[in-house]
Ligand binder design. Structure first.
Ligand SMILES: *Cc1c(COP(=O)(O)O)cnc(C)c1O
Length: 502
């Protein structure tokens, strides 16, 4: 199977090249030229398998230039019980919210307690193998712009992985104290972390610019290095996410909650549009999904887009209690637009150029209609997010994080609006302890918050009786290694310095 750029169909690469390169040289994103089709019989064969074996099947169908041994090696290294707490890295918990049964897919049992571990524990293995196949001997420099969770998950995934170096940029005031502590205390010999004076979009634009500045890429080449990306635009990030939608569907069938072939709805708290896009690709493969419910916080650019067909990033930026969704440019949307426009690279490039130059683009009537058939877009603000956490906790004793709460809230809006009671999977993207202060404030609105993040963790544990994940509990005693704060314009300089090739 080959891959091409969303902005230039003639740019055709193997899967190893797509993963090694991260982003196409024309600025477009790599997409598979065709999507494997699964029948109900394929799903039937997957039912008795473990998560790991289901993953191997899906990977093999997309990464046709990898051997079965290579894929098995990647999967077996990534999804261990040691790293994810149990054999199934993505368990489902069934709860009720306002009278409706919800299946919560907990994607945060990995080393950094957020769903990004599902992809970033395997990406470094896919990437090092891809590099061996495509440009043996080169060292990969991973640049990451993060709104919090990606950065830490990438650092954990890449730390001390041979032939790689990783540099992470985060918005200085745009991550939670816990996320900051996680990143600035990161261990590993090949890691670097830097705060920037700007928001997430500034960081992401800065990284994209470095990737495409010839002066810098030439300098790396001189030193036998090349840039790669661990951001959610890398195909190696997206593919592992398809697996858990397929696997959780199988789990629902096995538990008797649905029959094989029954449709489900999926709800995804969305930022960069990677997670929900993976569900969409799953449905393109044959996974019976009825509706994709795209949940946003007050940065509701996607809600408006789904409802109007107009994407407009020129709007107020809100810093919310669900910071991993504080995003105004959802990069992975480009892949959806490519698919829905019938692989129209010319149109997609036009829209992306409009986005860069005018801050807005309008899709065709046809694409807009397809989107409104497939997707429901909704959002809620911080007060509604907190009320949802409280209601779910008070009624069920189930503690969810702020991002998951946005999804639960928007799901409820969807049911109230449509009456659609199709069985639902709600993606739960972070441990509540990763956002302890906000979650605590939600369930005990009248108590005074402790000032230190780790006191909030302890207090939340006491109030909720839930267990603090080990990786978070051990953070308290780690010392800060990275304290740089730089201007956006100085990001290139920081990179060269960090690599020792100024
Ligand atoms: C990254 C992240 C999201 C958003 O996921 P996208 O794939 O960017 O849409 C939601 N919740 C949490 C906790 C995250 O870390």
């Amino acid at each position: 199977m080959l891959y091409n750029s969303t902005e230039n169909k003639n740019e055709v690469v193997s899967s190893a090249q797509a993963i090694a390169q991260g982003i196409s040289s024309d600025g477009g994103l790599f997409v598979p030229q065709e999507i494997p089709a699964y029948t109900l019989d394929t799903f039937k064969d997957l039912l008795p398998l473990s998560y790991q074996d289901r993953a191997k099947k899906v990977f093999a169908d997309f990464l046709t230039d990898f051997t079965a041994e290579e894929i098995a090696d990647c999967v077996n290294k990534a999804y261990t019980a040691e790293k994810f707490g149990s054999e199934n890295p993505a368990p489902i918990v069934t709860e009720k919210y306002k009278g409706n049964e919800i299946s919560i897919l907990e994607l945060w049992h990995g080393p950094t307690c957020a769903f990004k571990d599902m992809a970033l524990q395997i990406l470094p293995h896919l990437l090092t193998k891809s590099l061996k196949k495509t440009c043996d001997g080169k060292e990969a420099v991973i640049l990451v712009a993060t709104s919090g969770d990606t950065g830490k998950a990438a650092l954990e995934g890449f730390k001390n992985v041979d032939s790689t170096k990783i540099i992470v940029f985060y918005p200085v005031d745009g991550v939670s104290p816990m996320q900051k502590q996680q990143m600035t205390t990161q261990e590993g010999d090949n890691v670097n972390v830097c705060a920037i004076k700007g928001n997430f979009d500034d960081a992401q634009t800065g990284v994209k610019k470095i990737f495409t500045t010839n002066e810098i890429t030439d300098k790396l080449a001189e030193h036998n290095m090349l840039f790669s990306s661990a951001n959610s635009i890398n195909w190696g990030r997206l593919l592992p996410q398809i697996v858990y939608y397929i696997s959780s569907y199988c789990d629902l069938v096995n538990s008797g909650k649905i029959k094989l072939g029954d449709k489900i709805n999926v709800v995804v708290p969305t930022g960069n549009f990677g997670n929900i896009l993976a569900a969409y690709y799953g449905s393109c493969m044959g996974l019976p999904i009825n509706k994709f419910i795209c949940a946003s916080n007050s940065n509701n650019v996607l809600t408006d887009f789904i409802n109007t067909g107009v994407y407009n990033k020129d709007r107020k930026f809100y810093t919310t209690i669900s910071p991993s969704m504080d995003i105004l440019v959802s990069s992975n949307l480009e892949r959806l637009l490519y698919k829905l426009s019938g692989n129209n690279d010319v149109l997609v490039r036009e829209w992306m150029t409009d986005l860069k130059t005018k801050g807005t683009y309008t899709v065709t009537e046809d694409v807009k209609n397809q989107i409104s058939k497939l997707f429901f877009g909704g959002y809620c603000d911080d007060a509604q997010t907190k009320a949802t956490i409280k209601e779910l906790f008070d009624s069920q004793g189930y503690l969810c994080d702020t991002h998951t709460a946005v999804a639960v809230n928007v799901y409820n809006q969807y049911v109230e609006k449509t009456g659609d009671k199709t069985p639902v999977i709600i993606a739960s993207t972070a441990s509540p302890f990763k956002f302890s202060a906000s979650v605590l404030q939600a369930i005990c609105p009248d108590s005074t918050l402790p000032e230190a993040e780790f006191d909030a963790v302890d207090m939340l544990k006491e109030v909720s009786n839930a267990d603090v994940p080990k990786p978070l509990a051990s953070l308290k005693d780690k010392s800060v290694r990275f304290s740089n704060v730089e201007n956006v314009s100085d990001m290139p300089k920081f990179v060269l310095k960090a690599l020792g090739i100024e």
